[in-house]
Design a protein around this ligand. Structure first.
Ligand SMILES: NC(=O)c1ccc[n+]([C@@H]2O[C@H](COP(=O)([O-])OP(=O)(O)OC[C@H]3O[C@@H](n4cnc5c(N)ncnc54)[C@H](O)[C@@H]3O)[C@@H](O)[C@H]2O)c1
Ligand SMILES: O=C(O)C[C@H](O)C(=O)O
Length: 308
């Protein structure tokens, strides 16, 4: 399995590192526009191989997409991250051009590729890849829900004073500060609904902290997060590489599912060797349905700023 990661910055390098550490891929190619940067990151990571015990070969290139030819999966992390006080949506002006250009180069050299979109505003960037790549819809997957769900579980475990392995939960809808929908109604501790353990104030705290998870880290770090995003991507790549058929919330093109059309939004999906094997329809409460529709309206407005 050959995987390309475009953007060798904080998130791209973290993706490459987690993928290599899990040792399920033969090759990871890092691509960046900054001269020598991807080559340097690849060399540094390769010098951890004997220490960390992996055999994945990591190489880097400054913009030579012929080196990415025949990739099974490509991850797009190229583009600018937000600074404290910004929203993800403000990145569209710069990142849309980068994502469109990168997508064209990837598909030219790997026409069968499955693309995982990470660059923000992610739901809109995933939509852009659908509109410009010519790839079938099961081959384009936006990464947001896997990360947001991990943050949800972190906050649930914190509120419950429980180990994270005790809790389960999922976040769907938009990967944005206001459009995220942590499904509290379905979250559990060892199969017991979370609502049996947390009072309303605690529930509200968990939901609000989850939704601003990215903004909180951006304020602390001065730029956006990379460890959990990289780990989330590696879980998705492994689900494809090992045909795991894992259920992961991902930003996917909807054609009637959840009452939406012609939009990429986070929904639970089965991820396996073909990319998206299927979208899973779950029952939402009336309030959740309303919030999902509101998130869709906001993403649709941002999509309106795209120029193809
Ligand atoms: N979807 C998510 O959950 C999620 C999580 C974290 C970050 N992000 C997004 O991922 C993106 C990257 O974040 P980061 O922290 O790694 O930023 P970063 O600045 O550390 O890295 C971005 C890299 O992209 C490179 N780049 C820019 N244009 C390029 C091009 N045309 N071709 C190849 N490489 C190019 C830059 O040189 C840089 O090295 C941002 O848009 C950020 O908002 C999304
Ligand atoms: O918050 C950001 O801007 C980056 C990313 O989308 C995240 O959630 O960490």
């Amino acid at each position: 399995m050959k995987v390309t990661v475009v953007g060798a910055g904080a998130v791209g390098a973290s993706c490459a590192e987690y993928i290599a550490m899990k040792n399920f891929c033969s090759e990871v190619v890092l691509v960046d526009i900054k001269e020598g940067f991807a080559e340097g990151k690849a060399m540094d990571l390769m010098q951890t191989a004997s220490l960390n015990g992996f055999d994945t070969k990591i190489t880097g290139t400054t913009g030579d997409y012929s080196k990415t030819a025949g990739s099974h999966v490509a991850v797009i992390t190229s583009g600018i991250p937000r600074k404290p006080g910004m929203t993800r949506e403000e990145l569209i002006g710069i990142n849309a051009g980068i994502v469109k250009d990168v997508t064209e180069n990837l598909v030219k050299h790997s026409p069968e590729v499955i693309i995982i979109v990470v660059s923000n505003p992610m739901d809109t960037m995933a939509y852009l890849v659908h509109k410009t790549s010519g790839l079938p819809k099961h081959k384009i997957i936006g990464m947001g829900g896997a990360l947001d769900s991990a943050r949800f579980k972190y906050r649930l475990a914190e509120a419950l004073e429980a180990p994270i392995s005790d809790v389960d939960g999922m976040v769907i809808a938009a990967h944005s500060d206001t459009g995220m929908l942590p499904l509290l109604s379905k979250a559990t501790r060892n199969g017991v609904p979370i609502t049996e353990f947390l009072d309303e104030e605690q529930q509200k705290y968990v939901i609000e902290e989850t939704k601003v998870g990215g903004a909180t880290l951006t304020k602390l770090l001065g730029t956006s997060a990379w460890y959990a995003p990289g780990a989330a991507v590696s879980v998705m790549v492994q689900a494809i590489a090992c045909d795991q058929k894992k259920m992961i919330p991902c930003s996917l093109m909807l054609e009637g599912e959840y009452g939406q059309n012609d939009i990429c939004l986070g929904v639970p999906a089965i991820i396996g060797k073909n990319g998206v094997e299927s979208i899973v329809n779950i029952t939402l409460t009336a309030e959740e349905q309303l919030k999902f529709a509101e998130a869709a309206n906001a993403v649709r407005e941002v999509n309106g700023d795209l120029k193809f």
